[in-house]
Design a protein around this ligand. Structure first.
Ligand SMILES: Cc1ncc(COP(=O)(O)O)c(C=O)c1O
Ligand SMILES: N[C@@H](CCSC[C@H](N)C(=O)O)C(=O)O
Length: 455
């Protein structure tokens, strides 16, 4: 990668001379006018093309017209004056051209005025929760990603934050606890791993009506901007683990925060610069590369997931997936989202049977995480959500036998064959003249009846 001259540190050759005679540039990689360093990441307003096009389309004005945005693998940037002025960027913790390019691209895709990228999804939530002050109250769900639960628990134990875990699938439960002390409402939809759907617009409205200064933040990791835009549904902040769908290959950790309010953006940026959790130039480049294929990956992952969910349900398993009509909040989900995603969970009724299924699968790797091109299988209570203690899991109705499938882009027949073999090998099914049926399926329900409507 070639380094641009110090007078055009943002990668543009359009440097100017300012009134003091010092060389500086006001253009970034995209040729946008920018205020002095650190560079915010506001994109041009409006979305010109369909999302699938915008994902791959970037308007660069690199000095060599590089087709792939260069990796500015530099910690510091030469300045043209002794007072430290002159350059768009001074230090990569504060801002880096590759990171700025990614942030602008993500802001466009997430329908946001500004996006910020940090070193992990948990890093993103950490930055967001630093908006809180001791005594502030947070309202959040009772089916929350384990790591988010752990961070909130830490803040309630050590940071003087009061956390209310309520059933966020019922907006009335949020209404009961919202108050002038509510500083933040944290939502996930669908939830991980119970795939519950949360009415984001109703909750955002009732929270803002009750307390206009409360911030509604939504973790959109389970769907990605391809399928849902919480900012358009009334949220103030959307954040995602970029480790999942956005990157798609399990080769990096990243977190993304998107906002519309410039003041909120500045406060979040302040924490990122002050604490030093901005995404590295290399990982920014890698994430930008991953985002470009989000559309095709999600399309294939989602169609595989739909077929697998139907396969399991038809064979008598209790399946949780918003692409199934049997999902109790099917209509609500589709009123907010453009797709069902590629994470589903199902139960067997027996932890040991579930363990045997997971260990019998070959194509399905036993791994935490999701959103990758490879298919994964896991037991959330033992793995991704083990940081939630057993009693809390029980109180929240998280079945210990639940198996989570994170569906990749492999050939669907191969995935179904491998899963069928694992189900048979684990003794999870009775062999019938027509194939097989989940153990106990016909005692609890008749074929075709919704397995989760009774919840
Ligand atoms: C829903 C959800 N939010 C946030 C995170 C945190 O992301 P990361 O692992 O990138 O820190 C995860 C998984 O780790 C997740 O599943
Ligand atoms: N050991 C990790 C577990 C990460 S879980 C990753 C992902 N969010 C998932 O749901 O699979 C930890 O302690 O955080």
């Amino acid at each position: 990668m070639a380094s641009p001259p110090a007078s055009s540190v943002a990668g543009s050759s359009k440097g100017k001379i300012d009134s003091t005679g010092k060389a500086f540039t006001r253009k970034d990689l995209d040729g946008h006018d920018l205020p002095p360093s650190p560079a915010p990441s506001s994109p041009r307003p409006g979305r010109k093309y369909a999302l699938a096009t915008e994902l791959v389309y970037t308007e660069g004005s690199d000095q060599y017209n590089a087709s792939s945005v260069p990796i500015y693998q530099s910690a510091t940037f030469k300045q043209s004056s002794a007072t430290g002025g002159g350059g768009e960027y001074d230090y990569t913790r504060s801002g880096n051209p590759t990171r700025t390019h990614l942030e602008r691209h993500l802001a466009k895709i997430m329908n946001a005025n500004r996006a910020l990228v940090v070193s992990s999804g948990m890093g993103a939530l950490d930055v967001i929760t630093r908006l809180l002050r001791p005594g502030d109250e947070v309202i959040t769900g009772d089916d929350l990603y384990g790591g988010s639960h752990r961070l909130l628990k830490y803040l309630s134990t050590h940071g003087g934050i009061v956390v209310h875990h309520v059933d966020t699938t019922e907006p009335e439960e949020v209404r009961k606890v919202v108050s002038p002390k509510t500083a933040m409402v944290l939502l996930e939809s669908p939830t991980n791993p119970l795939i519950k759907i949360v009415d984001i617009p109703s909750i955002a409205t009732l929270v803002h009506d009750a307390n206009p200064s409360a911030v509604v933040a939504v973790d959109n990791t389970m769907l990605s901007p391809m399928l849902q835009n919480p900012l358009d549904l009334g949220a103030d902040i959307v954040y995602e683990s970029g480790t999942k769908y956005l990157s798609g290959h399990h080769d990096l950790m990243a977190g993304v925060i998107a906002i519309n309010d410039p003041t909120l953006g500045e406060r979040l940026y302040f924490t990122i610069n002050a604490s030093g959790c901005g995404l590295s130039p290399f990982d920014s480049w890698l994430l930008l590369r991953g985002v470009k294929t989000l559309g095709v990956r999600m399309e294939k992952q989602q169609s595989n997931a739909q077929r697998i969910a139907e396969f399991l349900e038809t064979h008598g398993f209790r399946v949780r997936y918003p692409g199934l009509k049997s999902h109790p909040q099917y209509d609500l989900h589709w009123s907010m989202a453009r797709g069902a995603g590629a994470v589903l969970s199902f139960e067997t009724g027996d932890v040991n049977v579930s363990e045997r299924i997971v260990e019998s699968a070959r194509l399905w790797a036993i791994s935490v995480s999701f959103g990758c091109v490879n298919s994964l299988i896991s037991m959330p209570c033992r793995m991704s959500h083990a940081s939630i203690d057993e009693k809390t899991r029980r109180d929240r109705g998280m079945p210990e036998d639940i198996i989570r499938l994170c569906v990749g882009i492999e050939d669907c027949e191969d995935l179904i064959d491998d899963l069928s073999r694992a189900l048979v090998q684990a003794g999870a099914v009775n062999i019938t003249p027509d194939g097989f049926r989940a153990l106990g399926a016909d005692e609890e329900q008749t074929l075709g009846e919704s397995p989760i409507l009774s919840e």
